[in-house]
Design a binder for this molecule. Structure first.
Ligand SMILES: Nc1nc2c(ncn2[C@@H]2O[C@H](COP(=O)(O)OP(=O)(O)OP(=O)(O)O)[C@@H](O)[C@H]2O)c(=O)[nH]1
Ligand SMILES: [Mg+2]
Length: 290
């Protein structure tokens, strides 16, 4: 069979994680309208009878502003070096900018065979899509595929192009495994996802979630203890909301998703904690799994 690892790269918010989820057929990575949603490398596995693709989703590449940003960029370029191919995602409706050009250059330097996905074609005009394919075509990568990660258009073709670049190899993951993320991390991410769509501006970047405790309780309920961590005292109130309204809303929405994931009733115990400057502290970043 054909098998291998594919580094998924692109600017923040172009739809990398949405495409990974569509290709895998399950939500393995959270998505949101906020840039810098993905913070860890997340492996999502595409199973085909003749092939296995391990898509390595990664944080969007951007100008680093702090220790977290630098770490994320290093992570992405490190991933590239260990990959059999790259999937470079562009937004059909956004002009190709210096960020895209820098990524294209790095990809060409790396020598890794690259497929370009022009994403979000569901909300772009035909001319925009054709124009974007033409401009990106100048980079002369292995293949170009217009897709909509949101609607699934072109995803099978995209997978086909990537499979064509894979070497002969074994299946790396068992047939029923779609991601390698540990359960506490998957759960923490589902909680963070609920906050991302409800918070504005800078606050999402200051927020992280850590699951400390997962316990089976008598009667079959799963108890989950988690911390919602923010950087400043002033952010604590925002995250909790008026009379606890936001925390309650996020908790209820996340609980529904986690119950579907685990297949048991869930008691989700969310606490808000302030851990000052967590984005710039190497030890704390290690502890949070970055
Ligand atoms: N209309 C439309 N929206 C899309 C499509 N793909 C992704 N989106 C939306 O674009 C936003 C960003 O998607 P993500 O998948 O989180 O983007 P990302 O590239 O992983 O972003 P980072 O992890 O922040 O780098 C979300 O609101 C998605 O719903 C698409 O094909 N069509
Ligand atoms: Mg992402």
């Amino acid at each position: 069979m054909k098998s291998g690892f594919v580094a998924v790269v692109g600017r923040p918010n172009v739809g990398k994680s949405t495409i990974v989820n569509a290709a895998v057929g399950t939500k393995v990575a959270i998505t949101s309208p906020r840039p810098q949603t993905t913070r860890n490398t997340i492996r999502g596995v595409v199973h085909r009878p003749d092939a296995q693709l391990v898509l390595v989703d990664s944080p969007g590449l951007h100008k680093p502003k702090n220790a977290l940003g630098e770490r994320l960029n290093r992570l992405v370029y490190g991933t590239l070096a260990e990959s059999d191919a790259a999937l470079f995602v562009l937004d059909a409706g956004a002009p190709i900018g210096p960020g895209d050009r820098l990524i294209a250059e790095r990809l060409r330097e790396s020598g890794v065979a690259t497929v370009v996905a022009v994403n979000k074609i569901d909300k772009a005009s035909r001319d925009e899509v054709v124009g974007q394919l033409g401009r990106a075509g100048a980079w002369d990568f292995a293949a170009y595929v217009p897709v909509s990660g949101l609607e699934g258009t072109g995803i099978a073709e995209l997978v086909g192009e990537l499979v064509a670049l894979m070497p002969d190899g074994p299946a790396f993951f068992p047939a029923d495994m779609v991601t390698d993320q540990p359960e506490p991390l998957v759960i923490a991410e589902r909680v963070r996802e609920q906050y991302l769509s409800r918070l504005r501006e800078e606050l999402p970047h200051s927020l992280t979630v850590a699951v400390d405790d997962i316990e089976e309780r008598p009667g079959g309920t799963t108890y989950i203890g988690a911390r919602v961590i923010v950087e400043r005292d002033s952010q604590k109130g925002i995250v909790i909301g008026k009379a606890g309204a936001l925390l309650k809303e996020v908790g209820a929405a996340a609980r529904g998703e986690i119950e579907a994931l685990l297949g048991t009733p869930v008691f989700l115990d969310l606490r808000v904690k302030v851990e000052k400057g967590w984005q710039n502290e190497p030890q704390l970043l290690d502890r949070l799994g970055f």
